[in-house]
Design a binder for this molecule. Structure first.
Ligand code: ZN
Length: 424
C-alpha cells in the first residue's frame, strides 16, 4: 500500500507542506504521487518522457539536485520511482477509462518556494506541527493543496466512475519562476488533449468562489546576468583591472531608466546583486537577477530586448564581458468560452460553491500558459480555474496557509466538469 493511500486530502496537503521541495527538486512529491497513481492503474511518464529536458529553465546546480534526491529517499520516497525519474522531477499520469469520451488534461503544479516558514504559534502549520522541516523552503503558494487536489481528482474519477474518456494528469515541476511550464508543454502528451484545465487556490478569492476563467495577462521573463572582468590591486594597479562591479552599477542605473511604453504596462525589477571581492581588489565578477513584465507579449519582449541591450552596453563601457541566462519565462492565454460555460454549469451543482465568476484577471503570470496555448494550438479548448480559499496571509508570505475546506470543493468542481464531458 502506498504512503498516501489512507490519507485524506487535508492530511496529504499537510504531509507535502512538511516536506516542501522547490523547483526541479520535487523528488519526494513526484515519487509519492507515482506510488498511488501506479496502484490505481495509471500509465506513468517520468523525467525526459514527462517533459522536454532541453527546454528546462532555471535548473539548480547538479550537487543541489542530487542532495534533494537523497533527502527525498531519506524521507520516504520509494527508490523504484526515484530511479525512473533519472534526476528530473515531474510526472505525467494517464488512464483510459473508456473510448467514447474525450481526452482531458489537468495541470497541477507541485513545487514550493525558497523562503523560510514562520515558526510562531499564530501560524497554524507551526502550531500543529506540520510546518516545513527544511530551513529555506516553504509551500507558500498553495501548490501542496494543488497536488492534493490532483490526487483527489484521480480518486474521485476512479471511485465514482462516470467518465468514459481518457484522463491525463500533468504534475508540473518548477512553476515558481516560470521554469517548468514550457518544457512540459513540449512533452507531446498534450497533443491529443481536447479539454484542458489548470487551477490555482486562493489568489484573493474567498472559499466558495469559483472563477471559471482566471487569466494572467502579465507575461514575464527572468534574466540572470554575469559580469566578468579582471581583478587587480585597488591601490597599486587599478588601471590593470576591468571592474565588473562598476559595469553592474551602470547597468542598474540604466535598467530602471528604460523608457515606459505608450502601449501599456511595463515592469522591471532587480534582485540578488552580488560581487564578492574584498574592497582592496578591483571586482572581477558580479551577478544580478532581473525580472521584466509587460501587459502583452510584445511589451514583455520590448522590456527584455532593452534590458539585454542595457547590460551588454554597460559591460562594454567598462571592458567587462557579459553573459545572460534566461532563468524563467511565461506567456499569456485566453480561456475558452466553451470551457468557462462548462465549468460554470458544473460548479453550480456543487453545494459548497456559493459564487461563480466567469472571468477574472490577476496581474501576474503563470507558465500553465504554455500548456494552455499548446492545447489550443492543437485544436483543443482550455481554461484556468480559480478555486477560492480564505487564506490567512498573502501568497509568497511566510505566514501563508490554505483554508483546507477548499480542497474537497476543488476536486468536486473539477470532477463534475470532467464528468459532464462524458460521451460528448
Ligand atoms: Zn502559485
Amino acid at each position: 500500500m502506498g504512503q498516501l493511500d489512507s490519507l485524506s486530502l487535508t492530511e496529504i496537503r499537510r504531509d507535502l507542506h512538511r516536506y516542501p521541495e522547490s523547483g526541479w527538486k520535487e523528488f519526494r512529491t513526484t515519487a509519492l504521487l507515482a506510488e498511488e497513481l501506479d496502484e490505481r492503474g495509471f500509465d506513468l511518464f517520468f523525467g525526459g518522457e514527462a517533459l522536454d529536458e532541453t527546454a528546462r529553465l532555471g535548473v539548480p546546480p547538479a550537487d543541489e539536485i542530487s542532495a534533494a534526491r537523497k533527502r527525498a529517499r531519506r524521507n520516504g520516497a520509494p527508490a523504484c520511482y526515484l530511479d525512473q525519474m533519472d534526476g528530473i522531477t515531474g510526472l505525467v499520469a494517464e488512464k483510459r477509462y473508456g473510448s467514447a469520451g474525450p481526452t482531458v488534461g489537468v495541470r497541477i503544479d507541485i513545487d514550493a518556494l525558497e523562503i523560510r516558514e514562520a515558526s510562531d504559534d499564530d501560524h497554524r502549520p507551526a502550531r500543529l506541527g506540520f510546518a516545513s522541516e527544511y530551513s529555506n523552503t516553504m509551500h507558500a503558494c498553495g501548490h501542496d493543496g494543488h497536488t492534493s487536489i490532483g490526487l483527489g481528482l484521480a480518486r474521485a474519477i476512479d471511485e465514482e466512475g462516470g467518465f468514459d474518456g481518457t484522463l491525463k494528469l500533468f504534475f508540473q515541476p518548477a512553476e515558481e519562476g516560470g521554469r517548468g511550464g514550457k518544457p512540459m508543454s513540449r512533452s507531446g502528451h498534450l497533443d491529443d488533449v481536447e479539454y484542458f484545465f489548470a487551477l490555482h487556490l486562493g489568489l484573493g478569492n474567498e472559499t466558495g468562489t469559483i472563477i471559471a476563467g482566471y487569466e494572467h495577462p502579465q507575461p514575464n521573463a527572468k534574466l540572470d546576468v554575469t559580469f566578468s572582468g579582471e581583478s587587480s590591486h585597488a591601490g597599486k594597479a587599478p588601471e590593470d583591472g576591468r571592474n565588473a562591479l562598476q559595469a553592474l552599477s551602470a547597468a542598474i542605473q540604466n535598467l530602471y531608466a528604460i523608457p515606459r511604453h505608450s502601449d501599456g504596462v511595463t515592469r522591471i525589477n532587480i534582485g540578488h546583486v552580488e560581487s564578492p571581492n574584498p574592497q582592496s581588489v578591483v571586482s572581477d565578477a558580479a551577478t544580478m537577477r532581473i525580472e521584466v513584465r509587460g501587459g502583452s507579449i510584445d511589451l514583455k519582449e520590448y522590456m527584455l530586448e532593452r534590458a539585454e541591450r542595457t547590460v551588454r552596453h554597460a559591460g562594454a563601457m567598462h571592458s567587462v564581458d557579459v553573459e545572460t541566462d534566461r532563468y524563467g519565462e511565461t506567456t499569456t492565454f485566453t480561456a475558452d468560452d466553451e470551457l468557462i460555460d462548462l465549468v460554470a454549469t458544473a460548479a453550480a451543482d456543487v453545494p459548497t460553491v456559493d459564487r461563480i465568476t466567469r472571468r477574472q484577471t490577476f496581474a501576474a503570470s503563470e507558465d500553465a500558459s504554455y500548456l494552455i496555448r499548446r492545447v489550443q494550438n492543437s485544436g483543443g479548448v482550455a481554461t484556468y480555474l480559480g478555486i477560492g480559499a480564505s487564506n490567512v496571509a498573502g501568497h509568497h508570505n511566510s505566514h501563508f496557509d490554505i483554508d483546507e475546506t477548499a480542497l474537497e470543493l476543488g476536486v468536486a468542481v473539477l470532477a463534475a466538469s470532467i464528468r459532464s464531458l462524458d460521451g460528448d
